[in-house]
Design a protein around this ligand. Structure first.
Ligand code: PEP
Ligand code: MN
Length: 342
C-alpha cells in the first residue's frame, strides 16, 4: 500500500503511522517529494486500511498490489515531471539527448555538441567511464572526459549526462554533469542505486538487458526509496534469441511502464538496434508508442569512433531524424522541442 500524508502532517503524526505499520509487520520506505510525504509499505496485510486512513495527518491510503510502491501509478495522476535546471522531462515536449557513445576529445565533443544542439537536442551525452564487454576495449577518459563534458556543456548551453559505474565514478560525476545514467549492466547494482538515490541527482535508469519490467521498476524503487524522485526510465533493448540486431527493442514495455508507473520513459534506439540504419525507424516508433524522449548516439566520424560507431548517426543524419520525428510527435500530441512546455 501507499500512505499519502497530508502536506501539513506533523512529525508525531507521521511517527504514529509508521509505528502502526511496523507493528503490523510492514516494511516501509518514505519519500518526501512534490506531493508531500508518501510512505510505501509492503507486508502480509492484515492492517485495517480504513482505520489507517482515519489516523491524524493521513490524507489517503492506496492499496498497491505491485511489489514496487513509490514508483507505481496506483496513486493516479499524470506522469511525474523530472526537472533538470530549465528542462522538464515527462511533459508535452519530448526530450532528446544526443552525443557520442564515449567522450574522445575536445574537438569531437564540441563538434558533436554544436551540431546536435542546432538540431534540437537539449542534453549532451558522452561516456567517461565505459563499461565495455572486453577489458581490451577503450574504457573511457574518466575524469578528463567529465571535464570535457562540463566545458562543452557550458560553452554550448547543453545540459550533460554521463554513465556512472560505481560509487567512486558517481562521486566524481556529481560535480560535473546535470544527470547521471545507470547503464544496463548496472541496473541491479543495488548499492549504486541507493547511492544515486541519496545523491538526489536526476538519473536516467536504463533497463537491464535481461531484466523484466518488474525488476526494472523495482530498481527505480530503490532510487526513489533512497530519497531521489528524479528518475527517468530508459528502454534500450533486451537480449533475446534474435541476434540480427544488437538487442530487441521492447516497445511494448514503454506502453506497459507508462501504465504501471508514473515515471517518464525514454527510449535508446542506438543500443537497442546496434545499427544506424535502424535508429530512425525505431526512434519514430518509440515516439508513436508514447516515449517521453530519446537518447541517440551521434558521432562526427562514426567510422573512427572508439566505441559504438556502427550504431552512431552522423550529425547530418541526426538533423534529418529530428525533422522526421516532428509529424510523428504531432500525431500523438507531443512536440520535439527543448522541453519546458507542460
Ligand atoms: C551507453 O548509453 O553508452 C550504454 C553503455 O548503454 P547501455 O547501458 O544501455 O548498454
Ligand atoms: Mn554506446
Amino acid at each position: 500500500m501507499i500512505v499519502v500524508m497530508e502536506l501539513a502532517a506533523r512529525a508525531e503524526q507521521i511517527g504514529a503511522v509508521q509505528q502502526k505499520l511496523v507493528q503490523a509487520g510492514y516494511v516501509m520506505q518514505a519519500v518526501k517529494g512534490a506531493r508531500g510525504l508518501i510512505i510505501g509499505a509492503a507486508g502480509k496485510g492484515g492492517i485495517d486500511h480504513q482505520a489507517l486512513a482515519a489516523m491524524p495527518g493521513v490524507d489517503r491510503v492506496v492499496p498497491v498490489r505491485q511489489p514496487y510502491k513509490l514508483v507505481s501509478r496506483d496513486l493516479g495522476g499524470e506522469t511525474s515531471l523530472v526537472k533538470v535546471k530549465d528542462l522538464v522531462i515527462g511533459g508535452r515536449d519530448l526530450t532528446v539527448i544526443a552525443g557520442p557513445c564515449a567522450v574522445e576529445s575536445w574537438e569531437q565533443l564540441l563538434d558533436t555538441a554544436q551540431q546536435v544542439s542546432r538540431a534540437g537536442a537539449v542534453v549532451l551525452r558522452g561516456g567517461a567511464f565505459k563499461p565495455r564487454s572486453s577489458p581490451y576495449s577503450f574504457q573511457g577518459l574518466e575524469v578528463k572526459g567529465l571535464e570535457l563534458l562540463a566545458a562543452v556543456g557550458a560553452l554550448t548551453g547543453l545540459l550533460t549526462i554521463t554513465e556512472v559505474v560505481d560509487e567512486a565514478s558517481l562521486e566524481l560525476a556529481l560535480t560535473y554533469v546535470d544527470l547521471v545514467q545507470i547503464g544496463s549492466r548496472n541496473m541491479q547494482n543495488f548499492r549504486l542505486l541507493q547511492a544515486v538515490g541519496r545523491s538526489g541527482k536526476p538519473v536516467l535508469l536504463k533497463r537491464g538487458f535481461a531484466a523484466t519490467v518488474e525488476e526494472w521498476l523495482l530498481a527505480a524503487e530503490y532510487i526513489v526509496a533512497s530519497g531521489n524522485e528524479n528518475v527517468v526510465l530508459c528502454e534500450r533493448g533486451i537480449r533475446t534469441f534474435e541476434i540480427a540486431t544488437r538487442n530487441t527493442l521492447d516497445l511494448s514495455a514503454v506502453a506497459l511502464v507508462k501504465k504501471r508507473s508514473h515515471l517518464p520513459v525514454m527510449v535508446d534506439p542506438s543500443h537497442a538496434t546496434g545499427d544506424r540504419d535502424l535508429v530512425g525507424p525505431m526512434a519514430r516508433a518509440a515516439v508513436a508508442a508514447g516515449a517521453d524522449g530519446l537518447i541517440v548516439e551521434v558521432h562526427p566520424d562514426p567510422g573512427r569512433a572508439l566505441c559504438d560507431g556502427a550504431q552512431s548517426l552522423t550529425p547530418e543524419a541526426f538533423v534529418a531524424l529530428m525533422q522526421e520525428l516532428q509529424p510523428v510527435a504531432a500525431a500523438v500530441g507531443r512536440a520535439v522541442g527543448g522541453g519546458g512546455a507542460l
